[in-house]
Design a protein around this ligand. Structure first.
Ligand code: MG
Ligand code: MG
Length: 254
């Protein structure tokens, strides 16, 4: 499948969608305190999005039943918000997208609930730093593999597992477009993995998922929630980024 290049007008719309995602995530982060239930956060995501004239992107996509993916502790991604309440020390991953004027924005952050352990705080900070390194590689002329290589190099000093089964992706008029954006360098890629050069007008969601232990994950019986195979905790950060002649433009933050 050809990679869609976005016009200046498309990018302006994606910027609008991206900023709404950012604002809603900031509101949710404030609410993510001990005692709040995940379904309350889901309702707040819907309310804050509607207030801004947009529509939440994940509801009913592939059959997902809620407005936001919330994954706690050993849950990596695709957690379905329910009655569970956050507790002091939890790592709460908020992964959220909206549609505005036909375009998508997608971003995730790990919220440290109250005071978390040093080990988990470091995991969170280092995963965020790895995303920043990945963002710097979103430049015209680079290849997709440069993004994952930068993420992997940033995390190399630490005994962490970078999740391989899930990747970043192209984004635009659909949430998931070509190409896949792995979070690790090409040494462990499958032979089928495409590695195009980055061109002005491409928009990518880069989203490292990093575990304290093994990189291996499995799905829970609900058919959605992805957890680490060894039960150790995980962090996830994501931004939507446009390739511009001047380098990366992060659309999901001011
Ligand atoms: Mg996402
Ligand atoms: Mg994504």
């Amino acid at each position: 499948m050809a990679i869609e290049l976005k016009s200046a007008d498309d990018l302006a719309r994606m910027r609008e969608a991206g900023l709404i995602v950012y604002e809603v995530l900031i509101e949710l982060e404030k609410l993510a305190q001990p005692g709040v239930s995940l379904e309350e956060l889901d309702a707040a995501a819907e309310r804050e999005t509607r207030k801004r004239g947009a529509v939440t992107a994940f509801k009913d996509l592939y059959g997902f039943p809620k407005h936001i993916c919330i994954s706690v502790n050993e849950q990596v991604v695709h957690g379905v918000p329910g009655k569970r309440k956050l507790k002091e020390g939890d790592l709460c991953k908020l992964d959220f997208g909206v549609i505005k004027r036909g375009f998508y924005g997608d971003s995730a952050r790990t919220v440290c609930v109250g005071k978390v352990s040093d080990e988990n705080k470091l995991l969170c900070e280092r995963t965020k730093a790895a995303l920043e390194a990945g963002i710097q590689a979103v430049a015209p002329g680079n290849r997709i593999s440069d993004i994952g290589a930068a993420i992997e190099a940033t995390l190399q000093p630490f005994p962490y597992g970078i999740v391989r089964e899930y990747s970043g992706h192209g984004i635009g008029k659909k949430l998931h477009e070509e190409p896949k954006v792995p979070n690790y360098g090409p040494a462990t890629w499958s032979p089928q993995q495409k590695n195009p050069r980055l061109r002005e007008g491409m928009v990518l969601a880069v989203e490292p998922m990093v575990n304290l232990g093994t990189w291996k994950v499995k799905m829970l019986g609900d058919g959605w929630t992805i957890v680490t195979e060894d039960g150790r905790w995980s962090s996830h950060w994501e931004h939507t980024i446009a390739v511009t002649p001047h380098g990366p433009q992060v659309l999901t933050r001011p």
